[in-house]
Design a protein around this ligand. Structure first.
Ligand SMILES: NC(=O)c1ccc[n+]([C@@H]2O[C@H](COP(=O)([O-])OP(=O)(O)OC[C@H]3O[C@@H](n4cnc5c(N)ncnc54)[C@H](OP(=O)(O)O)[C@@H]3O)[C@@H](O)[C@H]2O)c1
Length: 237
């Protein structure tokens, strides 16, 4: 018996693993491979929650820091340059500032892949969004990468929330929007595995609504002084 990080919960919890190493290796081969591009606050937060739930590939401009982070994360997380990460992954998470995500969206390797857009196109002083109403960051990325399957996710959740135990965030909604039904379903599974409640909002134009919702959350957190331990809630009454 070996004590390993649980595949069914988050990185805070542990369980006694009853399965032999070769069985775990087979599961790993069947798991989705997810690349996270950009290891800032959100990239690291999502990586911690997805560690052990997917084959993780990390890509950063600073390979040395990324290798140290991957080693601390465990569960076989790999560090690759952006070209190899994009090639290897089934799902690519752009954990980047909006402007950097726009540049990465030009990468030809994204064609046919599921690409998760977590960005909020915020003004430098966080006073509002730079685009909206008639378009969204997600739709701009889709226009640049028309063959990629862009799915909006995670943009309404503050980075600090990812450090909470998964049980505490299981009812926190992560709003999903995308034009490809299968891609949205796969992202739904990843979001659930990362310890959040996936809320499907329809086609990608719903990002026009989800991005301002993130801005409202930022307003609560900073301008209205409620801190970054808050998240939207959505209820059926
Ligand atoms: N922070 C939040 O609470 C939060 C919540 C929801 C959504 N978001 C959105 O998530 C995205 C990432 O936010 P974050 O808070 O993780 O930002 P961050 O801490 O600044 O990290 C962004 C990372 O992107 C990479 N990067 C690549 N090109 C870059 C460039 N030209 N300029 C700056 N960084 C570049 C860097 O990673 P490497 O150095 O590893 O390459 C950097 O650490 C943003 O679009 C943000 O709007 C943030």
């Amino acid at each position: 018996m070996q004590l390993t990080t649980s595949r069914t919960s988050n990185y805070h919890s542990q369980r006694v693993d009853l399965y032999p190493a070769h069985q775990r290796a087979i599961w790993r081969r069947k798991m989705t491979t997810t690349a996270i591009i950009g290891l800032g606050n959100m990239g690291k937060g999502i990586a911690k929650r997805l560690s052990g739930e997917t084959n993780l590939v990390l890509s950063s401009r600073n390979a040395e820091t990324a290798i140290a982070f991957a080693a601390a994360l465990g569960n076989g997380a790999e560090v690759l340059d952006i070209d190899n990460a994009v090639q290897r992954a089934d799902v690519i998470i752009l954990a980047l500032p909006y402007e950097a995500a726009i540049e990465v969206a030009k990468h030809s390797g994204l064609s046919g892949k599921i690409v998760i857009d977590i960005t909020n196109p915020v003004k430098p002083d966080f006073s509002g969004l730079t685009i909206g109403h008639t378009t969204s960051a997600a739709e701009e990325l889709q226009a640049i990468a028309p063959s990629a399957k862009i799915v909006k996710a995670y943009n309404t959740v503050f980075a600090s929330i990812f450090d909470l135990p998964a049980a505490q965030t299981a009812t926190v909604p992560v709003f999903l929007a995308g034009n490809d039904h299968d891609a949205v379903s796969k992202v739904e599974a990843l979001v659930t595995a990362s310890g959040f409640k996936a809320e499907k909002t329809g086609a990608l134009d719903a990002a026009r609504l989800i991005e301002p919702l993130a801005m409202l959350n930022i307003r609560f957190g900073y301008a209205l002084g409620r801190g970054t331990s808050i998240a939207p809630a959505w209820q059926d009454l």
